[in-house]
Design a protein around this ligand. Structure first.
Ligand code: A3P
Length: 302
């Protein structure tokens, strides 16, 4: 994390969790937005109108966004040097730490964070409902790369190879990814923690909608599942201005970008592919975490 996180870490760790909170926790670019919208709709009687009209970042704010942005970046944003546009309402959010706004927000609260469980209030999963979404780190890396291109296009001269190098060495914000995911994976049997893979959302969205609905204790009919699946469908979602946090319609990179599993294969060369396999094996070997797209026991290349 950027150094300024230190100023906020304690307040975040000590934030009062409420029993009617719903939290969505992910490593960036894992399908956070997609899952947030599903959670919000299930918890708000499928209020598609409000979902269309009110930006998701207002309905479902991010806990640490202010602490993530170094103060110097605020100046760069103001000077239009960093092209953040209205990305996630950032120009507003920087004025007050978002954890402070969240602390004072009326119930029920919907909270998004990219922080791992170990940096969050220790009583979180014993108190509130938590959804954790995980994604194949290789696809996360590609998606994260494009996010950097989108928000800091004047600054990010990195190539995909440079970016992967930084990613595998844990040099990017919120890294390391596997340790982040494993903290939640270890709690996956806890009744208040719902663990989802992005790849499973891609594979069978209606099934995952039902699982999510059950976790949240909501009754959802088949017709409603269909409605939700259609609202959350990638092509519809991409056109939805409430969730597609672009920095402008003309930006060639969009927040809701490609929406596929395994896209990394067309971005990684042979060397990166091998490095990624090594990275996954090395990091996963002391855990029982297994990504659907990387079944450890079947890996034969190494
Ligand atoms: P890609 O860049 O691989 O397309 P987050 O919300 O955590 O930042 O995750 C963003 C990733 O989720 C992006 O991945 C984005 O395209 C994908 N995504 C967002 N909405 C989606 C949807 N409705 N269906 C599939 N993928 C979606």
């Amino acid at each position: 994390m950027s150094g300024v996180f230190k100023k906020h870490a304690e307040a975040i760790y000590n934030l009062r969790v409420r029993p009617d909170d719903v939290w969505v926790i992910t490593f960036p670019r894992s399908g956070t937005t997609w899952s947030q919208e599903l959670v919000w709709l299930l918890e708000n009687n499928l209020d598609f109108n409000t979902a269309r009209e009110k930006p998701l970042f207002e309905r479902f704010p991010m806990l640490e966004i202010t602490s993530k942005i170094p103060e110097i970046a605020v100046e760069l944003i103001k000077a239009d040097f960093m092209n953040l546009g209205s990305f996630q309402g950032l120009n507003e959010a920087v004025k007050t730490p978002s954890w402070k706004t969240i602390e004072e927000a009326p119930s029920p609260r919907f909270i998004k964070t990219h922080l791992p469980l170990s940096l969050l209030p220790p009583d979180l999963i014993n108190t509130a409902k938590v959804v954790y979404v995980a994604r194949d780190p290789r696809d996360v890396c590609v998606s994260y790369y494009y996010l950097h291109k989108m928000v800091a296009k004047n600054l990010a001269r990195a190539t995909m190879i440079n970016f992967w190098e930084a990613f595998r060495r844990d040099l990017l914000p919120w890294c390391p990814i596997i340790e982040h995911t494993n903290e939640a994976w270890k709690q996956r049997s806890h009744p208040n923690l719902h663990f989802v893979f992005y790849e499973d959302l891609i594979k069978d969205l209606p099934y995952e909608i039902r699982r999510m609905s059950e976790f949240l204790g909501r009754q959802t009919t088949d017709a409603q599942v269909k409605q939700l699946a259609s609202f959350l469908n990638f092509n519809t979602f991409k056109k939805n201005k409430s969730v597609n946090n672009t920095t402008g319609d003309n930006n060639p990179v969009q927040f809701v970008r490609k929406g596929e599993a395994g896209g990394w294969k067309s971005h990684f060369d042979d060397k990166m592919t091998l490095q990624a396999e090594e990275f996954l094996i090395e990091r996963l070997k002391s855990t029982d975490l297994e990504y659907p797209s990387f079944p450890m026991r079947e890996t034969t290349t190494l």
